[in-house]
Design a protein around this ligand. Sequence first.
Ligand code: FEO
Length: 168
Amino acid sequence: MISKKIQDAINTQINRELFSEYYYLSMASYFNSAGLNGFENFFLVQVEEERFHAMKMYRFLNERGGRVFLKEIEAPKTEFKSPLEVFELAYEHEKLVSSLINNLVDLAIQENDHAARNFLNWFVEEQVEEEASMDAILNKLKLIKGEGHGLLMLDNELAQRVFTPPAK
Ligand code: FEO
């Protein structure tokens, strides 16, 4: 059985993961309107990743005898100045999510909940990847100054990304 404190905190994190899904869908939509379909694809795959994160938490709460309570999802930003701005924001967002996951781990330790601590470990590792993937593209965009031929090459590269669901 899960404590009320952990249940509340995981429900809040489910909301943040669903917000991330929404935020990245908004970024995908921006890239669609800019005619950069490779970048759009990158964010559509990211949308799937965020849904996966939320559902992983949903399953965990239910397995532990907890209850999922959905909350209102904040509206995401819808206008962006440039691809560079999008990746600056996405990288900042992933750093924020990492700090939220760290807080959850701290709570699991305080509550002496080893199952939750163990479960959250997957997210700790996942966040290393999430930050690295945004940062890598941000750095490439800085190198090419976010424009020109380089931007189209990067768009082609990002068109190759596919969603591979991790093992449960
Ligand atoms: Fe669910 Fe991108 O962290």
